[in-house]
Design a protein around this ligand. Structure first.
Ligand code: MD6
Ligand code: FE
Length: 216
């Protein structure tokens, strides 16, 4: 991205530091919301949302699909990235250019100019769905950040330390908020509290979360 464009983007972007290496960009995805909704619809036709099982065999409460060269999957064999959708046996749908450019812009304003995502996990939360605290450590290059886009219903993000025992801070995430995290924050524990019921004018009774990663 051109240097003058990055300077201009920084001027107009609200940036809140959550922790060293982790920033919240409130409303950063607002201008892309309809593009993202339409993209999710197309992707879900090809690779439907499904509740995957943890290695322990329990179904996750969050429904998931992926787009891009690699997709995050879990089953009895463990957590990993796969180039094919295990349901269809075909490659994951391509990552729409509007998805990729949003993620790269967010990473760039947050100070990670070299972000090159090859995976986009799409999480869908219905009321009651949650994500227990975990670390994201299935990616090969821990120097690259993760870009996380929240869409639809609001949620409470839990944000901890580098060990499971540290207390979790609660950060409210609204529709179109983007969180970028990397560097010293990359391996912090985090989760999502059970989603409250609601209805969003664009996304209906769900919260969607797109997490972009450089997995390979
Ligand atoms: C979610 N997000 O927001 C779940 N992981 O629904 C994550 O697990 C996550 O938001 C790594 C980095 C950012 C995230
Ligand atoms: Fe995560």
């Amino acid at each position: 991205m051109e240097a003058s464009w990055i300077v201009a983007m920084r001027l107009f972007t609200e940036l809140k530091e959550i922790a060293p290496g982790a920033v919240l960009l409130p409303g950063f995805a607002l201008s892309a919301a309809l593009t993202l909704r339409d993209g999710i619809r197309v992707i879900a036709k090809e690779a439907p949302f499904r509740r995957m099982s943890t290695p322990g065999g329990l179904p996750m409460s969050v429904s998931m699909t992926n787009c891009g060269p690699l997709g995050w999957v879990t089953d009895r064999a463990g957590y990993r990235y796969s180039a094919v959708d295990p349901v269809s046996g075909r490659p994951w749908p391509a990552m729409p250019e509007g998805f990729r450019s949003l993620a790269v812009s967010a990473a760039t304003v947050a100070g990670f100019a070299e972000f090159a995502p090859d995976a986009c996990l799409i999480n869908r939360y219905a009321p009651g769905a949650k994500m227990s605290p975990h670390q994201d450590k299935d990616e090969r290059d821990m120097q690259q950040p993760i870009v996380s886009v929240s869409l639809g219903l609001p949620a409470v993000f839990q944000f901890g330390g580098l060990t499971r025992s540290e207390t979790l801070e609660r950060i409210p995430l609204e529709d179109c908020d983007v969180v970028v995290w990397g560097g010293p924050a990359r391996l912090r524990y985090h989760g999502i509290l059970p989603l409250k019921m609601g209805n969003h004018p664009v996304f209906g009774p769900y919260r969607y979360n797109l997490t972009f990663r450089a997995a390979a």
